[in-house]
Design a binder for this molecule. Structure first.
Ligand code: CU
Length: 353
């Protein structure tokens, strides 16, 4: 790949030098006018325009065929479908408009190519035409913006009604920690100044706050299916972004403040593993891994699908590996798992001994 890029750059530099010498030659006044475009040249360039049009349409079709399968599978959250249709319709509109305008642009480029004796028509203005090409984009764009704002307000519903699970996501270079609010479903106060690694107070919880004692700090996110989860994000050092692609969720984690996002997972991890898109993706990935393993390039085990929390803000050298596994399960399994975790109060007691 690097060799290819170097060759490409060298070729482009060579072309640039060649073109510059041509310009230099043109600047020398000569009797010979072989460098001035004639009808034949203009026609030839007109055909090249068509060739380019075919090229961009071809590469578009190729990309659809080749890369559609690497898109995310069906959304696994309640709001996800709405988000996806907003995205899809924006793309459909952009796609149609760009396909038509590109065709017209190249066609007119060809039709009105330079020709001996051909004169351009001077056309001052046409109010009706200008009105049409202003009002149509205005209506379409206003529609998209209103729909987007409506979707945004629905998604950003972070109220505490309907008994949501309250979870804190704590970002630091380069890992995630999650904190559950415990029995009272209220997160205890926390501040980076109170972090005490020696005593395992990794999130800086306020030991004097009674709400903190039952908080549960974990390194793997478990969520009950069908129940709303309210995330409260914090960052210890720099800007991070909590990105949960399968749930169509992302929110920046900003040092010094708490940001929020909430969603309701609708498929358990097990259910998502049965999703045809996911089955297909796992199959393809494992085929590639097997091929690499046969060549001795890869010795990792077959991959299994899991929901994932990633950092989506370049935050330092190990940003690419800043992730946490998410497991969506039945409320029963979730409660069982939660009951097995140690509370912050107990951790503090153990460290005091
Ligand atoms: Cu990060």
């Amino acid at each position: 790949m690097t060799a290819f890029l170097i060759i490409a750059v060298l070729v482009l530099v060579a072309i640039a030098i060649w073109q510059m010498t041509k310009i230099f030659e043109l600047s020398q006044i000569k009797a010979d006018n072989s460098q001035i475009a004639n009808d034949k040249d203009n026609k030839y360039n007109g055909y090249l325009l068509f060739a380019f049009l075919i090229f961009i349409y071809g590469i578009t079709i190729f990309s659809f065929w080749k890369y559609t399968k690497v898109l995310l599978p069906e959304a696994a959250s309640e709001h996800g479908a709405e988000y996806d249709s907003l995205m899809l319709w924006s793309f459909v509109i952009i796609f149609i408009v760009q396909t038509l305008t590109q065709a017209l642009l190249h066609y007119f480029g060809f039709k009105y190519r330079g020709e001996k004796g051909k004169k351009a028509l001077f056309y001052a203005d046409n109010d009706r035409l200008e009105f049409i090409w202003t009002i149509i984009p205005v209506i379409v764009l206003a529609g998209l913006i209103l729909w987007g704002l409506y979707t945004w307000t629905t998604i950003m519903d972070i109220n505490d009604d309907d008994d949501p699970v309250v979870v804190e996501l704590y970002a630091q270079q380069f890992n995630w920690t999650a904190r559950y609010a415990g029995g009272d479903n209220v997160l205890g106060d926390a501040n980076v100044r109170m972090i005490d690694i020696d005593r395992a107070n990794v999130l800086g919880l306020d030991e004097a706050d009674p709400n903190a004692a039952d908080d549960i700090i974990v390194k793997e996110l478990h969520l009950p299916v069908g129940r709303k989860v309210n995330f409260k994000m914090r960052s210890q050092d720099v800007l991070h972004s909590a990105y949960m692609p399968h749930f169509r969720a992302q929110m920046n984690c900003v040092p010094g403040m708490i940001t929020e996002f909430s969603y309701t997972p609708i498929y358990t991890t097990e259910e998502m593993r049965q999703n045809p898109d996911v089955v297909d993706k796992v199959k393809r990935t494992n085929a590639i891994r097997a091929k690499r393993a046969a060549k001795g390039e890869d010795n990792s085990d077959p991959w299994e699908f899991d929901y994932i929390l990633l950092c989506n803000k370049i935050c330092g050298k190990s940003h690419y590996n800043m992730q946490m596994k998410i497991i969506v399960e039945s409320e029963e399994d979730y409660n069982k798992w939660l009951a097995e975790q140690q509370t912050f109060g107990k951790t503090m007691m153990a460290s005091a001994e």
